[in-house]
Design a protein around this ligand. Structure first.
Ligand code: 5AD
Ligand code: SF4
Length: 437
């Protein structure tokens, strides 16, 4: 029996889909296939912005015919959107052919839900409001070798006013340090070369007396040839201890993803971010002083309710001052149930679109300038894929920059030093000078 998983949203969801695949394998689904050939199709949804939801709505709707023509096909919909208040009912009404619906709190139940559904005609909807059965202990089917994702903390307690995550993911729960370390050790033994520690807010990690910097220190102290990334960090929890650990270990990528969201203090208060622009820039200065070659990336929202042109320009100037290497940029999307969705002063679409276009242009210009500065230099990348179209292998350096190169041998999963001879946008092209490739 074959399965197909459709994933929307962030890396957390990508890793969760690896766990869904693990659950399906336990239930007798042995092989991943195309959507047309699958016996079970699982949608792992996201609800962080309206377009993520619309995307899923469109794709689920498109299955109506397949479902009608294929007896025994099971369609399951789960994840953040299914967990959202009232959404499961809406989904079921819109798409009566959905067989199983599950939430973020009972992912571990998916196997038994599918089994139970097969024995009955009626759809099975199980979206508990509280944590019910976790996926801890499920062996994921990893799909991103040589990188492996490792959850360290689930949920979020921050309640930024625009964000739906705390409502659909529940309160923060950290995994035990020993469990995280055991997973990392076994992944390194298996040959994974990059470990990415995952959490909505990794800086909130706590296992007894162990906070995030100590956990990171312990992970980077595991023996082996690998590098460590982590995401996402909240600026309010940024600490000198974290910088000290980043500085101490060569294995830790000198890249910090630190979502700023806005450059305006008034908007930061309205967003309930609990730091100021000045504090954010102080942290950046500390990081650059201690680790001069580090890079920063960020998330930015434009068009938050009541944002003025001047306040938006403060975001532009923050991008320049913090010298971000790149940024994920978003137009504010009202999410039902969040505080910001109740706020007055919605920004018209054309204004938000104009702002995001200007923001993206600035970010791209900075990224391009940084890339161009790499021509003639050496970078070390971890080879992760082969680009058929270009006929070149590719990988990322510790700062997330993509490097392309030709190779006679198979360098997948290897660290390769490239001499960069050309930059095109954010991509770097070079010659491998590592002996074995
Ligand atoms: N509208 C737009 N962007 C959002 N994000 C979270 N919620 C919203 C929303 N309602 C962005 C933030 C966050 C990233 C994961 O998604 O920038 O850091
Ligand atoms: Fe959402 Fe804020 Fe939590 Fe991030 S820290 S998941 S933006 S509430």
């Amino acid at each position: 029996m074959k399965y197909h998983i459709v994933t929307y949203g962030c890396q957390m969801n990508v890793h969760e889909s690896e766990k869904i695949a693990g659950i399906l394998r336990q239930s007798g689904y042995t092989e991943e296939s195309s959507i047309e050939e699958a016996d079970v199709i699982v949608f792992n949804t996201c609800c962080i912005r309206e377009n993520a939801e619309n995307h899923a709505f469109g794709n689920i709707g498109a299955l109506k015919k397949l479902k009608r023509n294929k007896r025994g096909l099971v369609i399951a919909v789960g994840g953040c959107m299914a967990q959202e208040a009232g959404k499961a009912a809406l989904l079921k009404e819109k798409f009566p052919f959905i067989d199983v619906m599950f939430g973020t709190h009972n992912l571990g139940e998916l196997g038994s839900l599918i089994e139970r559904k097969k024995a009955q005609k009626k759809a099975l909807i199980s979206v508990p409001e509280e944590r019910k059965e976790t996926e801890d202990g499920v062996e994921p089917v990893r799909t991103s070798f040589p990188n492996a994702w490792v959850n360290i903390i689930y949920g979020c307690n921050n309640f930024c006013t625009y964000c739906i995550v705390p409502y659909v993911r529940g309160r923060e729960r950290s995994r035990k340090k020993e469990d995280v370390l055991a997973e990392v050790r076994s992944l390194v033994k298996e040959g994974y070369r990059e470990i990415t520690l995952l959490g909505q807010n990794v800086n909130s990690y706590r296992d007894g007396d162990v906070a995030f910097p100590e956990l990171l220190d312990a992970v980077a102290s595991v023996e082996g040839d690998f590098r460590v990334r982590f995401m996402t960090s909240h600026p309010k929890d940024f600490s000198p201890e974290l910088v000290a650990v980043m500085k101490k270990h060569k294995k830790i990528c000198k890249l910090l993803h630190l979502p700023a969201q806005s450059g305006s203090n008034r908007i930061l208060v309205a967003m309930n971010r609990r730091y100021t622009r000045e504090k954010y820039l102080e942290n950046v200065a500390l990081l650059r002083r201690e680790i001069p070659d580090c890079e920063l990336t960020t998330d930015l929202i434009v068009g938050f309710p009541t944002e003025t042109e001047e306040e938006f320009e403060e975001t532009l100037s923050l991008v320049r001052e913090a010298d971000f290497a790149s940024a994920f940029t978003f137009i504010y999307s009202p999410r039902t149930g969040t505080k910001a969705a109740e706020m007055e002063g919605r920004i018209p679409d054309e204004v938000s679109k104009n702002r995001i276009t200007r923001l993206i242009a600035l970010v791209n210009e900075q990224t391009r300038k940084k890339s161009a500065g790499y021509v003639g230099k050496e970078i070390e990348i971890l080879c992760e894929d082969y680009d058929e179209k270009k006929g070149l292998y590719l990988g990322r350096d510790e700062f997330g920059r993509m490097g392309y190169f030709a190779s006679e041998k198979d360098p997948l999963g290897k660290f390769v030093t490239l001499k960069v001879d050309r930059a095109n946008g954010i991509s770097l092209y070079g010659i491998a000078i590592t002996k074995e490739v």
